[in-house]
Design a protein around this ligand. Sequence first.
Ligand code: SF4
Ligand code: ZN
Length: 294
Amino acid sequence: MKCKMCGGKAEIRLRAYRIQLCKNCFRVFYERRVEDDMKKYRIVRNGERICVALSGGKDSIALIHVLNKLKDKFKISIEALHLDLGIGAYSSKAESICREVCQKLDIKLNVVRLSDYGFRIEDVDVKKVCSVCGNAKRYLMNRFTRENGFDALATGHNADDILTNFFKNWIAGNMEWIDKQRPRTEGFDKIVTRIRPLFLRTDQENSLYVESINLPALGIKCPYAVVDKWRRIIDDIEKEIPGFKQNFVRNMFKERKKDQKKIKHCSICGEVSNVETCQFCRNVMRFGKGKIKH
Ligand code: SF4
Ligand code: ZN
């Protein structure tokens, strides 16, 4: 198995792209993809100061590393924000990984502690701990980003996250949600601009990228994390249809043409057709013996 880019020994097989790469070329491949998406979807603007949400998990580590690499090209500056949610040993481990990564990359790390606002996640005694935690995260990240004068908040949401949320919201009939998950959503009132530079990268790509850059990432799961059946379903579809995740997410955010296409008609039979001669008339001419009925 040879690497498609350098011809060396390939270690990584990406079914969605039908290519095999060595670790080193994968890193380059990944960074190019992120760069292309950032340009195509105008995810950042020149001169922006970006606050990068850093949890210590693989997605956020991949995000901060790739943004740090691309920052000069896009003329942006970055700082990291880690939230200490107060989840015992899990939180301590997460914070130490963030410190190590920021030190290695020479990025300023800001830490906000939920306990400074009066509670910790481990004190929350409701069934749905994650919804309290999710709310606290959104609140604290937004407030910190705004109060510290950043232009945007970057999060490590990937294609798997966006797709999982899509299905959940679709079933709940909440279609407005899609607009909130775009690669860049502009801020309004006290809500800051949000950017998601990894929106087309998959779980697998982010894991491979973190491996290829030799940075640590949080290997343990939060004790409150639940198994999400949607992720399993999406993974099963991806196995059957490689590239499904990215194609789906890309199409979700495709700019829809506002005005309807001009209606055209077939020059032979007059039925609606988007080409000069409709497919049916072409088939009649090709396979039929009789005349076309007008
Ligand atoms: Fe918070 Fe843990 Fe739930 Fe994630 S899994 S939302 S960190 S409580
Ligand atoms: Zn290679």
